[in-house]
Design a protein around this ligand. Structure first.
Ligand code: IPM
Ligand code: MN
Length: 369
């Protein structure tokens, strides 16, 4: 299989974590006899420094020529004084819009080995496997009008959705639910916002085409609480852009670290894959970054853009194996708990690589008999 992958490493820890994910993808290519090419491109703060723009035209054009795009992270304190449209984050929002993916899949899985890392009791996190479907191209992030009128001392943004935008993302959620435990929880603020009333009415209408899937609605405020109290009650969680941004960071508490969360954005011309965490400039270059979120993101890329389900699952098993063996980057190390072994970003990458080689070896020898 041939695959051309745009690599948008970005800022802070972005380059370190994408480097490890690329190594894993190279290993998959080697083991499976695939032809993967990687196209490094500038985005975010590094792109502003080099070209003046957070998303240079050359980056976007090259991405559109690729089969998938893998992001690290964007954001640099150096640009904090700039208006939102000029900041590194604008590069990410622009590329999301230009590539057109509207369904951002963010799985939150409680890894058994990390149960003690969550401040939640193990009996609450045990077995949690939530798939958030975050709408990624609408809502407050993109709605107009938006402005900050400095003279007036007033600023405003607009949470706007139309029925078509809600319908298409709802369909993705219901389709995915069909392959899981057949339950969708749609999250809104329909007791206050008209935009949420439209959201709820539309999702309810879409649900009629999926009689085998149970639909429940939750208000975002109580959802934030339920997510910590009874996370096992949720399977597919469908929500709009900003609510999804907030709830997925909250759900990192279940997994023990934001550094563990991957994501895939589907539905556009080129699918975009990015870990949920940010650029963490405070630990950039120290070897403390956790590459597992990006490595798991690479697994999602293989699953959704290359149909290499077995290899995606092998990467996920390799991550599980490495965690079960006690290897921990700083964010998932817990005091001096017994059996833990603190490793750097690149050591973690190598350990996953080793575990993956073993898993694939076993798979191949099973096929041979
Ligand atoms: C995320 C990030 C982005 C978002 C930022 C960096 C624009 O927080 O992917 O969750 O808000 O979507
Ligand atoms: Mn976020």
């Amino acid at each position: 299989m041939r695959l051309k992958i745009a690599i948008l490493a970005g800022d802070g820890i972005g380059p370190e974590v994408t480097n490890e994910a690329v190594n894993i993808l190279k290993a998959v290519a080697e083991f499976g006899g695939h032809d993967f090419t990687f196209v490094p491109l500038l985005i975010g703060g590094v792109a502003i420094t080099a070209t003046g723009s957070p998303l240079p035209t050359a980056t976007l054009d090259a991405c559109l020529e690729c089969d998938a795009a893998l992001m690290g992270a964007v954001g640099d304190n150096k640009f904090n004084e700039l208006t939102p449209d000029k900041r590194p984050e604008a590069g990410l929002l622009q590329i999301r819009q230009a590539l057109g993916g509207f369904a951002n899949l963010r799985p939150s899985i409680a890894f058994p080995a990390l149960a003690i890392n969550s401040p939640l009791r193990p009996e609450i996190t045990e077995g949690v496997n939530i798939l958030f479907v975050r709408e990624l191209l609408g809502g407050l992030y993109f709605g107009s009008p938006r402005a900050w009128d400095k003279a007036k001392g007033e600023a405003w943004n607009t949470m706007r959705y139309n029925k078509a935008e809600v319908t298409r993302v709802a369909r993705v959620a219901f389709e995915l639910a069909r392959k899981r435990s057949k339950k969708v929880t749609s999250v809104d603020k329909a007791n206050v916002l008209e935009v949420s009333q439209l959201w709820r009415a539309t999702v309810t209408e879409v649900a009629k085409d999926y009689p085998d899937v149970t639909l429940e609605h939750q208000l975002v405020d109580s959802m934030a609480m339920h997510l910590m109290n009874i996370p096992r009650n949720f399977d597919v969680v469908l929500t709009e852009n900003l609510f999804g941004d907030i709830l997925t960071d909250e759900s990192a508490v279940i997994t023990g670290s934001l550094g563990m969360l991957p994501s895939a954005t589907l539905g556009g011309t080129v699918n975009l894959y990015e870990p949920v965490h940010g650029s963490a400039p405070d630990i950039a270059g120290t070897g403390k970054a956790n590459p597992l979120g990006t490595i798991l993101t690479a697994a999602m890329l293989l699953r959704h853009s290359a149909n290499l389900e077995q290899d995606a699952a092998a990467i996920e098993s390799a991550v599980n194996k490495v965690l079960a063996a006690g290897h921990r980057t700083a964010d998932i190390a817990r005091g001096n708990a017994a059996g833990q072994h603190l490793v750097s970003t690149s050591e973690m990458g190598k350990l996953v690589h080793q575990a993956l080689a073993e898993i694939i070896d076993q798979r191949q020898s099973m096929h041979a008999v």
